[in-house]
Design a protein around this ligand. Sequence first.
Ligand SMILES: C[S@@+](CC[C@H](N)C(=O)[O-])C[C@H]1O[C@@H](n2cnc3c(N)ncnc32)[C@H](O)[C@@H]1O
Length: 270
Amino acid sequence: MKKKSQLTAKNANRYDLYEESVQNVEFEVEFISDTYKKYNKSKCKTIREDFCASAKISSAWVQDADINIAYAIDLDAKILKYAKNTFEKNLTVDQLNRVKLIKGDSLSYKTPKVDSVVAFNFSYWVFKNRKDLISYFKNAYRSLNNNGLLMLDSFGGYEAHQELEERTNHNGFTYCWDQHSFNPITNDLTCYIHFEFKDGSSIKKAFEYHWRLWSLPEIKECLIEAGFKNIDIYMQDWDDEKDEETEEFYKMTKCDADPGWVAYIIATKK
Ligand SMILES: C[S@@+](CC[C@H](N)C(=O)[O-])C[C@H]1O[C@@H](n2cnc3c(N)ncnc32)[C@H](O)[C@@H]1O
């Protein structure tokens, strides 16, 4: 990545900026490993990363252990090309052999069975009706070994229903999360990510998402209908002193009606 203080709309790469501002793959890889171990008392070796974008989780996954294997799936050929280039720069030949980048539809693409299917950053919200969401969950179910886990995330709270812009400063650029429009009749939610730079330039609509805002009980019901046996919700903890979220998630069945929350959903195959 270019020296951050020199970043401008002209020289910045939006995929690099996305990874820096949105993703925390070290945390996610640890979360996948720890969660699988907690449920199965064994090691998670194979993952399928749906809606993988630059497949950063898969890349970190095959670097994390010599036996780890990852299948990474996305519809977008452009982002997969970017992923391939970064893989070739950063991974050894052995690691490259253990990760497959696949241009395909996560709704229907068949991979060999894996220990965990992961779909993070709310990407499965592209499925806007129950039929499609359940079809996606059924495909994830089919892709799992018998002890397998589907790991999803979700956000909500009353702020999720608001049209708002949230800015976070990073070194050399500002990340802007734009909840641009929300229709309470359908729960259609359109969001953009913009990047702004110190020289006044910006990349508007660097990424756009046309989602349905699903609630946790709706997601749970669709998972059960797709065949999953047990669904646990892990809510993110809050640090009262720092007045910010922590990296800890706790399994809960009841929690406060926070204005904005993020949760992980863990669905077990058996
Ligand atoms: C929110 S981004 C990906 C986020 C990434 N998983 C992460 O954790 O940051 C959504 C990605 O899903 C991809 N996508 C959308 N619909 C898809 C589908 N049906 N199958 C596979 N990929 C899809 C888009 O091309 C885009 O790269």
